[in-house]
Design a protein around this ligand. Structure first.
Ligand SMILES: *[C@@H]1O[C@H](CO)[C@@H](O)[C@H](O)[C@H]1NC(C)=O
Ligand SMILES: *[C@@H]1O[C@H](CO)[C@@H](O)[C@H](O)[C@H]1NC(C)=O
Ligand SMILES: *[C@@H]1O[C@H](CO)[C@@H](O)[C@H](O)[C@H]1NC(C)=O
Ligand SMILES: *[C@@H]1O[C@H](CO)[C@@H](O)[C@H](O)[C@H]1NC(C)=O
Ligand SMILES: *[C@@H]1O[C@H](CO)[C@@H](O)[C@H](O)[C@H]1NC(C)=O
Ligand SMILES: *[C@@H]1O[C@H](CO)[C@@H](O)[C@H](O)[C@H]1NC(C)=O
Ligand SMILES: *[C@@H]1O[C@H](CO)[C@@H](O)[C@H](O)[C@H]1NC(C)=O
Ligand SMILES: *[C@@H]1O[C@H](CO)[C@@H](O)[C@H](O)[C@H]1NC(C)=O
Ligand SMILES: *[C@@H]1O[C@H](CO)[C@@H](O)[C@H](O)[C@H]1NC(C)=O
Ligand SMILES: *[C@@H]1O[C@H](CO)[C@@H](O)[C@H](O)[C@H]1NC(C)=O
Length: 495
């Protein structure tokens, strides 16, 4: 009976702390002195970048990424798309060579099939969906279809009438492609990939779009954009474009396809016709974008629905043709020196150099106590946080309430995970803060140099009034792994 209860407790309290949005980075390679793959991976690690997108499936790069823990989106370049879309065998071969050969050592999580095909390679549009389906069936044949998503990134310019967002629709010429494409994404559980460039929206708007609105800067209330159909307020271009995509999908009756932004950024330098491509604007845009995404705010249409985003891009690509701005979208130069130091206080570590300030992860104010309790149970159980200091008589027992205990456990987990993006989420009940929550003899990890590894024996938090009912439907539950975990803990506690 005790075992059964314990198992139930563990199965229902399994909150995945990793469900929050993440920030990734695109890696273009058009540099005159492109660092070698080992150097690239060293930079990614030192900057704690855990999600990347490659524009191809370069073998040396994929080998260098092996066992790094970094999640990788690979791409079928446009010049290989026709072959893949016309032949199942070519697609199967592509997957064998570029995916099967590298997993699981290299954690390939998605394949971007082509790039902005409808707008840059419209003659390949008729075979785009077959290419995706061929790739997908090759993944199914290798039993990789659950862990590797298949999608294709679109330019946001295929969305017409995008303000107000509620009136947006995909360019109707592309309905014969978009409808089967969305059906495929829906049935395979893959996201719509969207490239969102408020810089270009702003540049092309003839001063209709204020710069502040593109840069996520606060607007005076009278300048805030309001969608007159939905009365939703828009405070930045990024959210408006993402919502326009949701509405455009809904217009075609697709309401459950998530969105991932595969490219977004701002150039730090331009020629005389690009006066807003500046260091300061690039820093402001990317800093605000990262804060916005990692806050798990969602958009006005779908608050709280995360929109993970890949920044364009890691390096300045000096060999790119075109205007000066084309060569200056990077966060780093070829030597790995940052082009600018972002202002990321309060968003956790994404880029090691950005966070000179210490951050902590604590319970969100006003969070539902039941959800906090479930998250606390998860942290002290499957999350492997040592919650001994929360036991009666130990330094962090007082104040004895769920928010205070959860804060301690969240912060310990967050520091144990290197303050990585997505590790201060706990189904939305946790938030990053800069004020040190330590009190009395209760020292929080991250404070005064002490870290998250703890002391003397394992026990888990007094599950104060933890109820099995109530939180059961709220969380994703992987019964199998936590049953195993439950048994281990049971043995540890009761033997
Ligand atoms: C690979 O990435 C996925 C998605 O983030 C994650 O769930 C999985 O644990 C990772 N696998 C490894 C071996 O790191
Ligand atoms: C493509 O090949 C896969 C096996 O790799 C097979 O399951 C699928 O039916 C094939 N599709 C077509 C259209 O031939
Ligand atoms: C819609 O797509 C078609 C086909 O690519 C293109 O010719 C047309 O200009 C697009 N319409 C708009 C308003 O962008
Ligand atoms: C969407 O669904 C509505 C109601 O079922 C239907 O009237 C409409 O034709 C559908 N639109 C499309 C594009 O399938
Ligand atoms: C973060 O999220 C909270 C709650 O969802 C919201 O009130 C706040 O404005 C957001 N902050 C930023 C910087 O987006
Ligand atoms: C931070 O950036 C400097 C160059 O500005 C570099 O020398 C240093 O190694 C970086 N630190 C980390 C932890 O990446
Ligand atoms: C912490 O952040 C504040 C505000 O962003 C900044 O003024 C201060 O210099 C930072 N502290 C350190 C040690 O860099
Ligand atoms: C647990 O239950 C007791 C009595 O029912 C109550 O006084 C106490 O505040 C509860 N503790 C928490 C953390 O909810
Ligand atoms: C963290 O704590 C462990 C155990 O007390 C210690 O070995 C380690 O050096 C500490 N790390 C830091 C960065 O303080
Ligand atoms: C851990 O236990 C040992 C022996 O029981 C004790 O001497 C030590 O002070 C404890 N450490 C902490 C941090 O409580």
């Amino acid at each position: 009976m005790a075992l059964l209860l314990l198992l139930l407790l563990f199965t229902v309290s399994a909150v995945s702390a990793d469900e929050g949005a993440f920030i990734g980075v695109n890696i273009g390679t058009d540099l005159s002195d492109m660092p070698n793959p080992t150097q690239v991976v060293a930079l990614l690690k030192s900057q704690q970048i855990r999600h990347i997108r490659l524009f191809d499936a370069d073998r040396a790069m994929l080998l260098a990424l092996a066992n790094s823990g970094i999640r990788v989106t690979v791409s079928v370049p446009n010049n290989e798309l026709l072959g893949v879309g016309q032949s199942n065998a070519t697609a199967a071969n592509w997957v064998a060579r570029n995916v099967v050969a590298h997993v699981p050592a290299t954690n390939i999580t998605a394949i971007a099939v082509g790039s902005e095909v409808l707008t840059t390679l419209p003659n390949a549009a008729p075979i785009l969906v077959s290419a995706m389906k061929f790739i997908y069936s090759a993944l199914v044949a290798s039993n990789l279809d659950k862990q590797v998503k298949v999608s294709t990134p679109h330019s946001s310019s295929i969305i017409l009438d995008s303000f107000p967002p509620s009136q947006a629709f995909f360019n109707r010429s592309w309905d014969p492609v978009m409808v089967p494409l969305l059906k495929f994404l829906q049935s395979s559980g893959s996201p719509l990939m969207l490239n969102v460039y408020p810089y270009y929206d702003y540049m092309q708007s003839n001063d209709v779009i204020p710069l502040d609105y593109a840069l996520f800067r606060p607007l005076p209330p009278n300048k805030e954009a309001v969608d007159s159909n939905t009365l939703l307020h828009y405070t930045n271009v990024f959210d408006a474009v993402v919502d326009a995509a949701y509405f455009a999908m809904a217009y075609l009756n697709f309401t459950n396809v998530p969105i991932i932004v595969l490219e977004s950024g701002w150039p730090s330098k331009g020629d005389s016709s690009e006066p807003d491509a500046t260091l300061e604007n690039a820093n402001t845009y990317n800093s605000n974008l990262i804060r916005h995404v990692l806050n798990n705010t969602g958009t006005p249409k779908h608050p709280g629905i995360v929109v993970s985003t890949y920044i364009y891009e890691l390096y300045n690509e000096d060999s790119k043709p075109g205007p000066v701005s084309e060569k200056n979208w990077g966060l780093f130069d070829a030597n790995g020196v940052p082009v600018y130091i972002m202002h990321l206080t309060g968003s956790g570590v994404v880029l090691a150099n950005d966070t000179t300030n210490q951050t902590y992860c604590t319970a969100r104010e006003g969070a539902d106590p039941k959800m906090l309790q479930a998250a606390l149970d998860w942290a002290c159980g499957p999350g492997k946080v040592d919650c001994a200091p929360l036991v009666q008589g130990q330094p962090c027992y007082e104040p004895d309430n769920v928010a205070s205990h959860a804060s301690y456990a969240f912060d310990t987990y967050y520091h144990k995970m290197g303050m990585g993006s997505g590790t201060c989420y706990f189904n939305g009940v946790a938030a990053v803060t800069t004020s040190d929550p330590s009190h009395g003899s209760c020292i929080f990890p991250g404070s005064g140099g002490r870290n998250g590894t703890f002391i003397n024996g394992t026990t888990f938090a007094p599950s104060s009034n933890s109820t099995v009912a109530g939180s059961a439907q709220r969380f994703h539950v992987d019964v199998r792994s936590y049953v195993a975990m439950g048994i281990l803990v049971w043995i540890a506690v009761f033997l």
